[in-house]
Design a protein around this ligand. Structure first.
Ligand SMILES: NC(=O)c1ccc[n+]([C@@H]2O[C@H](COP(=O)([O-])OP(=O)(O)OC[C@H]3O[C@@H](n4cnc5c(N)ncnc54)[C@H](OP(=O)(O)O)[C@@H]3O)[C@@H](O)[C@H]2O)c1
Length: 259
């Protein structure tokens, strides 16, 4: 496939319908990843689901996202290991049906005060939040370039990649890295593939009674916490646009980055 031929995926005003598109969501078993999988499935996409440890929860999402009577395909990989990422994408390639889209959702989050941070703490966050996002983008792009319709990538970053949180320097750096890497890869993969990012604000799933979470929600101009659906709608919006929206980060945070 010629690179120039793939520019067709960026034709003026042309949308990128989600129907029948094969879209991989990492960390799809629970929480935001689950919401994204269910939403893209509702929009007609054929979702592929990655999970790390949560096999049972992933199987439930796969049943809910069945396509032509068959559960959505599941892929297991420890994303902190590049060889496991490469194996997962080989398996997807060998399935013969190709890949149209990728949502890099899987992530790690851990509070570590800066003066107590160890190399292991730093690598724990960066191996998944930044390194894995790069190698998943790389591997996915190789498959997407085989498609005449090009591809779409959406990376989950964070409000923490925009605002500075003192006890999360490693996390904030990893998510700021995702935002800027999204811009670099948007250039690297243009015009065939768009690469955008969604930066969630506070999206709690358990009872959120921790004082700093409650304080954050009270500060949020929208007057509430975010939901998985808030994030999923924006992911679907970015995926379905023409090829003229790329390299962008949309904060889905109820305006918290403005405070
Ligand atoms: N929730 C929020 O308030 C919020 C705010 C800002 C940004 N975000 C970002 O939005 C995304 C989703 O957030 P979330 O809260 O739903 O995430 P989460 O529950 O903390 O993690 C999502 C999934 O990532 C997978 N994962 C983590 N490390 C992995 C590894 N080494 N290998 C394979 N899978 C791994 C886990 O899959 P398994 O369970 O299968 O192991 C987990 O279920 C993340 O990138 C997060 O940083 C979330």
């Amino acid at each position: 496939m010629q690179w120039s031929t793939l520019a067709a995926s960026s034709s003026p005003g042309g949308k990128w319908p989600l129907e029948d598109k094969r879209i991989l969501i990492t960390g799809a078993a629970k929480r935001i990843g689950r919401s994204i999988a269910l939403h893209l499935h509702e929009k007609g996409a054929r979702v592929l689901l990655h999970y790390g440890h949560s096999r049972q929860a992933a199987e439930e999402v796969a049943s809910a996202c069945a396509w032509r009577g068959r559960p959505a395909p599941l892929y297991q990989a420890d994303l902190s290991k590049v060889d496991e990422i490469e194996r997962m994408f080989s398996e997807i390639g060998e399935s013969g049906d190709g890949l149209d889209g990728l949502v890099n959702n899987a992530g790690r989050f851990k509070r570590v005060p800066a003066l107590e941070m160890t190399e292991a703490d730093w690598d724990y966050i960066h191996s998944v939040n930044l390194k894995a996002v790069f190698f998943c983008c790389q591997q996915a792009a190789k498959l997407m370039l085989e498609r005449e319709t090009g591809g779409r990538i959406v990376n989950l970053s964070s409000l923490g990649g925009i605002r500075a949180w003192g006890d999360y320097a490693h996390y904030c750096a990893s998510k700021a890295g995702v935002i800027h890497m999204t811009r670099s890869l948007a250039k690297a993969f243009s015009p065939a593939i768009t690469v955008n990012s969604v930066a969630p604000g506070i999206v709690p799933f358990e009872a959120h009674d921790q004082p700093h979470v409650l304080a954050g929600i009270q500060l949020t101009p929208a007057g509430r916490a975010g939901s998985g659906e808030d994030i999923a709608e924006t992911v679907a919006f970015l995926m379905s646009q023409s090829g003229f929206v790329t390299g962008q980060t949309v904060a889905v945070d109820g305006g918290l980055n403005l405070v």
